[in-house]
Write a protein that binds this ligand. Structure first.
Ligand code: HEM
Length: 431
């Protein structure tokens, strides 16, 4: 028996963070494991076949599976993440245009413009915390792209709140309460904006994300965002979304885009530790060749810890590789462990972008943003946008003249989500 079994698993999760499931699976030398989480029987799985098992709607459903504290901070009550079947497909339709090239390039262009505006300000200061500075850049850029109006100075508070929502979802401490306050504040603000657009007081650019969320109609299921998390609500299918649910989903575009500041801080960490990648990225920017930058972005997403695992509820009694979980039990997909599984990646703890030059990532192997098909399942609809923005900003970072002063660059694996402790301090030189 693994020594981990001697402590309750939920407590082990809090103390061990990202290492929790991978350690348990390694102790069993296996790709599946039975355990108990939050008092419930659970089955942890890993590997491309397990991804297909996990994303089969006949096996795992999301409704009722996400703990209330995660909804009150990270996703919002009534969010697409909590829906299944037709209700999910109908809500997901709002997010699918994000997969298209014009959305990716549109968002990236606005974010690059905001980056270019920010660089002289960074150079004028003795040093900047890259994580915070990039969160503001992305907030400015993504809001311009999405059609969300921002008054002068608003981006600072919004960037702080969006980062707080991500930072506080997996802890019971002060970070959690900061995240709840941030979500309450921004849901109220965004719901007000949606009502203002619908009543004609504010104009949303036609076809923008703001315009689309105001007009989106779920063709099936509950549109009220019932706070109990149950599907029976008071809005009929075919109605526009209740303002608070529309706010939740608008935030589900803006918030995760700003969360890219975690990956940009990790990219800076990787450039510091592996400076040989810098010239290759910068020369790609000069020549317009993005192949290496794309591989670099995939390696950042694979190597650095972000989502530890994903969870859902067994629809029926399930058996996977001889292990069972009863209906209503939890099924966990070991995201961090799979991205570091040596059966899939040679030397998984080495940072090597080149691995993705010869072999672009297979759909169900590289799963930092979920697996299977984003069009039909819960996989992240912002994945192409994440890769597109990250490769663009990684190139610009590599081309920027800066020094990395002494600081604490450790990345604690028992903190979810984690990042370099210092937030990546840089001293930018005047271009
Ligand atoms: C830091 C970069 C990002 C990471 C690490 C990330 C990660 C994830 C993960 C792990 C999921 C859950 C997949 C599942 O439940 O099966 C998810 C879902 C989602 N992501 Fe992302 N994401 C990122 C960026 C984005 C962006 C840029 C957007 C939008 C522009 C976005 C929008 C969403 C939405 C709406 C869902 C819910 C999809 C559904 O339930 O059908 N994400 N993301």
């Amino acid at each position: 028996m693994s020594p981990h079994r001697l402590v309750p698993e939920s407590l082990a999760l809090l103390t061990e963070g990202y290492a929790w499931l991978p350690d348990l699976l390694r102790a069993e030398n296996d790709t599946a494991l039975n355990l108990r989480v939050l008092g419930k029987p659970a089955l942890a799985v890993r590997g491309p076949e397990a991804v297909r098992f996990f994303y089969d709607e006949q096996h795992v459903r999301r409704h009722g599976a996400l703990p209330g504290p995660v909804l009150s901070t990270l996703f919002g009550h009534g969010a697409v993440h909590t829906l299944d079947g037709d209700a999910h497909r109908s809500r997901k339709a709002f997010f699918l245009p994000l997969l298209e090239d014009d959305a990716v390039t549109g968002a990236a262009e606005h974010i690059v413009a905001a980056w270019d505006e920010a660089v002289p300000r960074w150079a004028a200061r003795p040093q900047v915390v890259l994580f915070d500075a990039v969160a503001r850049v992305i907030t400015t850029g993504v809001c311009r792209w999405a059609g969300v109006p921002l008054a002068e100075g608003d981006e600072e508070q919004l960037a702080r709140d969006l980062s707080a929502m991500v930072d506080g979802f997996a802890t019971a401490g002060p970070r959690h309460f900061r995240a709840r306050r941030a979500r309450t504040r921004q849901e109220k603000r965004f719901a007000g904006l949606i009502e203002a657009v619908r009543s004609g007081v504010v104009e949303a650019p036609p076809g923008s994300v703001l315009d689309r969320v105001c007009r989106h109609r779920d063709t099936s299921g509950d549109t009220s965002g019932d706070m109990s998390g149950e599907t029976a609500g008071d809005s009929a299918a075919g109605d526009v979304l209740a303002p608070r649910v529309a706010a939740v989903e608008l935030l589900n575009v803006i918030r995760p885009t700003v969360a890219l500041s975690w990956f940009v801080a990790f990219a800076a960490h990787a450039l510091h530790r592996r400076p040989e990648n810098r010239e290759r990225l910068a020369s790609g920017l000069r020549s317009g060749d993005t192949a290496f930058a794309t591989a670099f972005a995939h390696e950042v997403r694979r190597f650095y810890p972000f989502a530890p695992f994903l969870g859902g509820q067994a629809v029926t009694d399930l058996t996977w590789q001889g292990r069972t979980v009863p209906a209503g039990g939890l099924v966990l997909l070991d995201v961090y462990g799979q991205n570091h599984d040596e059966r899939l990646y040679k030397d998984p703890y080495a940072f090597r972008p080149g691995r993705f030059l010869d072999h672009p990532p297979a759909r169900d192997e590289l799963i930092p943003q979920g697996g299977a098909d984003a069009r039909t399942g819960h996989r992240c609809p912002g994945e192409a946008m994440t890769v597109g923005i990250l490769e663009t900003l990684a190139q610009r970072l590599a081309a920027l003249e800066y020094r990395v002063p002494p600081q604490d660059l450790t990345i604690p694996l028992n903190r979810i989500p984690t990042r370099p402790r210092s937030g990546m301090l840089i001293q930018v030189r005047t271009p």
